[in-house]
Design a protein around this ligand. Structure first.
Ligand code: CTP
Ligand code: MG
Length: 244
């Protein structure tokens, strides 16, 4: 009965702009991926971390992780590196293939959420261990969200987008990672997921497609995803505040 965390880190970070693959970019002088690995390894129950590296970057990631060993406080946590695919869904599936037989709870955590507090990780693990097959940290949304439809006939690029619906904000949640799963449930969800196209960006969505109940636990503001350049500014500020 052991818990593993799969960390998809194989994305390019197109929205962040030019530079090294996103997971290798520094935050407070330390690669984003190292922050993410440390954040999940801090949870007592995590025995194995599977890092999913860019297809051409596994050796570089292994070297980088060896240069930033886990602190003793992380206990006995193995860190293995595998290579990812062209979509996040494919990268997670490759990470799942690397799990050892003794693992029965799996978390999936974006390398792009390097500052997740250990309390959030532990709350997700606890909810899965209490019997929920799929657990997702989430926060209320602050912006009102509009659903848009296809452009009007003859509309060129850059034309205003038509709104088709405004879902009631109080019913919406923004989801984060780590998402936690009973291992067999997540493996089945990935095995049954279509693999063409962009793939799923949300593992819990694949579990929902099986008809299995997904539940939410409180997320955390500091578990935000580093996606665009302004997110790097925020991440540096959060780190500076922690170090103050
Ligand atoms: N990811 C992955 N394999 C892919 C694509 C994404 O492992 N083929 C990972 C990213 O490394 C990231 C997480 O999935 O940790 C969330 O994805 P996102 O924030 O979209 O990162 P990128 O895909 O790298 O960014 P972008 O979409 O802007 O290119
Ligand atoms: Mg992406």
């Amino acid at each position: 009965a052991r818990t593993a965390v799969v960390i998809p880190a194989a994305g390019r970070g197109v929205r962040l702009g030019r530079g090294a693959p996103k997971a290798l970019r520094p935050l407070g002088g330390i690669p984003m991926l190292v922050h993410a690995v440390r954040a999940v390894a801090r949870a007592r129950t995590v025995a194995l971390v599977v890092v999913v590296a860019p297809p051409d970057g596994a050796a570089a990631v292994r070297t980088m992780l060896d240069e930033h060993p886990l602190p003793d406080s992380a206990g006995a946590t193995d860190v293995v590196v595998v290579t990812g695919g062209t979509t996040r869904q494919e990268s997670v599936a490759r990470g799942l293939d690397a799990l050892t037989d003794d693992i029965d709870v799996v978390l999936v955590h974006d390398a792009a959420r390097p500052l997740v507090p250990v309390e959030t990780v532990e709350a997700v693990v606890a909810a899965v261990r209490d019997g929920a097959p799929a657990v997702v940290p989430a926060l209320p949304v602050t912006d009102t969200v509009k659903q848009v439809g296809p452009p009007a006939d003859g509309a060129g690029p850059g034309a205003p987008e038509p709104v088709v619906a405004t879902p009631e904000r109080a019913l919406l949640r923004a989801v984060q990672t780590p998402q936690g799963f009973d291992r067999a449930t997540l493996a089945k969800a990935h095995a049954q997921a279509p693999t063409e196209g962009e793939g799923a960006t949300d593992d819990a969505g694949l579990v929902e497609a099986l008809g299995v109940r997904v539940v939410l636990v409180p997320g955390h503001e500091e578990a935000f995803k580093v996606t665009r350049p302004l997110d790097l500014v925020l991440a540096e500020a959060v780190l500076a505040r922690r170090r103050a």
